[in-house]
Design a binder for this molecule. Structure first.
Ligand code: UDP
Length: 323
């Protein structure tokens, strides 16, 4: 099939592109290289079934061009990562809301199935953990810019659901803290990428706040598997799926694990949240997925343990970064 991946040069996008190529698809990538980069596609750049288009999803001409001949769409292009969102809130809303509206409308007009990338961030502070897809959502106020990303993705989900009621075949994946090779420590600010980078440089690991906040991490290959199933399985149409792994770990424990796995015995340094993100920042204290729906409908379960995933990520880090 001819599959369009918007954001295909990004962290998750590039892994999805590799997987789709492996499965024999022709892959069209539309990416403006604002978050990801061509180096993410290095292994497949000369692949005969890859078409790479540098352009913005909010540009109607670029989008039309990318959709020419496409039979399936994975929409991952977005401004992501807390630091990026805080650095440019207007661009975040423009790309994440308007861009998605354009992609969904175009897919509806052409009758193209689409899988939309959303985020566990939409659960916000959460009403209960593990979170189920139909749970109520609890976001902070608009005076705290952190929630811009969650609101933009939530609006995307509403757009998708509205188009689904009008006959569009669309599924939604809510990613829970994906990590692995190519995650960008500066751009996205992902904590595991930052810790690996710091360990490699021999710098202290920076734990924000008291480090008791928890997250559940999923290795990127698992996240891609879940995305493929949510994207292609007919049963997924019209549904939202938590794509995560229900092993919960505090950020302080994570820092200790990274030290143990990398063997770099760097100190752990605590930084207060206002020091890092400014006075109005709100932290998400906990985040764990309920993964029953993906297991039941998609027969999907994340396989890679955190220890194994961290080892693989570290291996990549040492080979491909400055180590
Ligand atoms: N974090 C940290 N040190 C860092 C980067 C992040 O302690 O250098 C914390 C952050 O405050 C959050 C968790 O790690 O509690 C995950 O952060 P990330 O930005 O990866 O994703 P989030 O789940 O917050 O969207």
């Amino acid at each position: 099939m001819r599959v369009l991946v918007t954001g295909g040069a990004g962290f998750i996008g590039s892994h999805l592109v590799e997987r789709l190529l492996q499965e024999g698809h022709l892959v069209i990538v539309l990416d403006n290289l604002s978050g990801g980069g061509l180096e993410n596609l290095q292994a497949v750049r000369d692949h005969p079934r890859l078409r790479l288009l540098i352009g913005d999803v909010t540009d109607p001409v670029a989008l039309r061009h990318a959709l020419e001949g496409a039979e399936w769409v994975f929409h991952l292009a977005a401004v992501v990562g807390v630091p990026r969102v805080l650095a440019d809130p207007l661009q975040t809303m423009r790309v994440n809301i308007w861009g998605t509206e354009m992609v969904l409308r175009a897919c509806a007009e052409r009758g193209l199935p689409v899988c939309l990338a959303s985020s566990s961030e939409v659960y916000g502070k959460g009403v209960r953990w593990p979170a189920v897809e139909e749970d109520d959502l609890r976001l902070g106020p608009p005076t705290a810019p952190r929630w811009i990303y969650a609101v933009s993705k939530l609006l995307d989900e509403h757009l998708a659901m509205t188009w689904a009621r009008r006959g569009l075949r669309v599924s939604i994946v809510r990613y829970f803290n994906v990590y692995g090779p190519r995650a960008d420590p500066e751009g996205y600010g992902y904590v595991i990428a930052r810790f690996m980078d710091q360990a490699l440089r021999g710098e202290p690991l920076t734990v924000y706040g008291d480090g008791r906040q928890t997250r559940s991490f999923i290795y990127v290959e698992d996240a891609v598997e879940g995305t493929m199933r949510a994207g292609f399985f007919p049963v997924a149409a019209g549904s939202i799926f938590n794509i995560g792994r229900a092993e919960e770990i505090s950020i302080r424990e994570l820092a200790e694990k990274v030290r143990a796995i990398t063997g770099r015995l760097v100190p752990i340094r605590s930084l207060s949240l206002p020091e890092v993100y400014g006075p109005d920042f709100e932290e998400t204290p906990r985040r764990v997925p309920d993964t029953s729906r993906a297991r039941t409908l998609l027969d999907f379960e994340a396989r890679v343990t955190l220890d194994e995933g961290l080892r693989q990520t570290w291996e990549w880090w040492r080979e491909c970064r400055r180590g």
